[in-house]
Every structure is written in structure tokens, then in C-alpha cells.
Design a protein around this ligand. Structure first.
Ligand code: 5GP
Length: 176
């Protein structure tokens, strides 16, 4: 068990389990995008650790960049989707791989995909480390999913609780 600010969390996915799955996804992406010159776009802040480890398992040439959106405050989604910040790559005709920490309701990804479509890319794929199928409210295609998890709040491995816990190398679930 760990404490992040005022909340207690229980171990859910250990480092070895996470790394093993990321290696598998990296291998799969490397096969699927061979000779397609992909651009991987990490969604800040939560995806920094996932993209870091995932990119080390990509064996083909790939561009890597980041952007930022936000729809979350504290424990519950506010449902407010803010604009994209910091997108600096030319995406026209490119094969985009969005790299996200977690898809919850899917609202953030729906919005992001809509915005990215405006840049006329060749394709848009989505890789997410975590997915809560019970929480999904929007119809989005998840091409690469690390783990399907129950609809409970998690921290660690890039995911925060009020800005804390991102540096924890494992994933922990809120103790109710
Ligand atoms: P969505 O738009 O899919 O509802 O929410 C996606 C975003 O909400 C994620 O990128 C992440 O920042 C945040 N989020 C959703 N579920 C959790 C969770 O269990 N823990 C944390 N720390 N963030 C979450």
C-alpha cells in the first residue's frame, strides 16, 4: 500500500508486468508501421513514462513529439476539454500514433482525434497503456491497449493524483 496526499492506494500492476506488455506493444507497432515513417505523439502529462519505455521498444525509424490537452481535475473528470498545446510537427500525409496513458470516457481522445484529422494525416492510430471499458462513453477505435482495467481511479507510471504519484514505477488502485 502507498499514500499519495490524502489517499491510500493498493498495488495493481507491478513493473515487470507493465514492461513485458510494453515490449509486446512495441514489437507490434514496429511490425505494423514498417516503412510507414510514423510520428508518435505523446499526450502530456500522463503519457511521458509510457512513451519513454514504449519508444525504446520501437525498432523502426519514428518521429516522437508531444502535445498537451486536459480534461481532468483531481479524481473525477470535469468533462471540460481544453485545446491542444504545443503541436509543432507537420502531420499532413503522416501516419500518426497517439500515445495516451489511459482512456476513461474517451472524451479527450474523441476531441484530440477530431483536431488531428484537420491536419490531413494519412492515418491516425491510438496506443493507450490503460483502458477502462466500463467508463467508455464515446465510440473511438483503440488500436493498441496495454491493459483493460476496472473503473477505479489509478495512479503511478505517469498517472497522477493532483499532480503527485506520476514518478511511481508501478500502477496503484485507489483503496475504497
Ligand atoms: P477521458 O477523456 O477518457 O475521460 O479521460 C482521459 C484522461 O483522464 C486521461 O488522460 C487521464 O489524464 C485522466 N484519467 C482518467 N482515468 C484516470 C485514473 O484512473 N487515474 C488518473 N490519474 N487519471 C485518469
Amino acid at each position: 500500500m502507498i499514500q499519495v496526499k490524502d489517499k491510500t492506494f493498493i498495488l495493481f500492476l507491478d513493473e515487470k508486468t507493465i514492461q513485458k506488455r510494453i515490449t509486446e506493444i512495441g514489437n507490434q507497432i514496429s511490425r505494423d508501421f514498417e516503412n510507414r515513417d510514423p510520428v508518435m505523439i505523446g499526450v502530456l502529462n500522463g503519457s511521458f513514462m509510457f512513451l519513454s519505455d514504449l519508444s525504446k521498444n520501437i525498432t523502426i525509424p519514428t518521429e516522437i513529439t508531444f502535445l498537451k490537452i486536459s480534461s481532468y481535475e483531481g479524481e473525477k473528470s470535469t468533462g471540460i476539454v481544453k485545446n491542444l498545446i504545443g503541436l509543432d510537427s507537420e502531420l499532413k500525409g503522416r501516419n500518426i500514433i497517439i500515445v495516451e496513458d489511459i482512456v476513461d470516457t474517451g472524451l479527450s481522445m474523441l476531441h484530440l482525434i477530431d483536431q488531428l484529422k484537420k491536419t490531413n494525416p494519412a492515418s491516425i492510430s491510438l496506443a493507450t497503456l490503460l483502458h477502462k471499458p466500463e467508463a467508455l462513453k464515446h465510440n473511438i477505435q483503440l488500436d493498441y491497449v496495454g491493459f483493460e482495467i476496472p473503473n477505479k481511479f489509478v495512479v503511478g507510471y505517469g498517472l497522477d493524483y493532483d499532480g503527485y504519484g506520476r514518478n511511481i514505477p508501478e500502477i496503484y488502485q485507489l483503496k475504497l
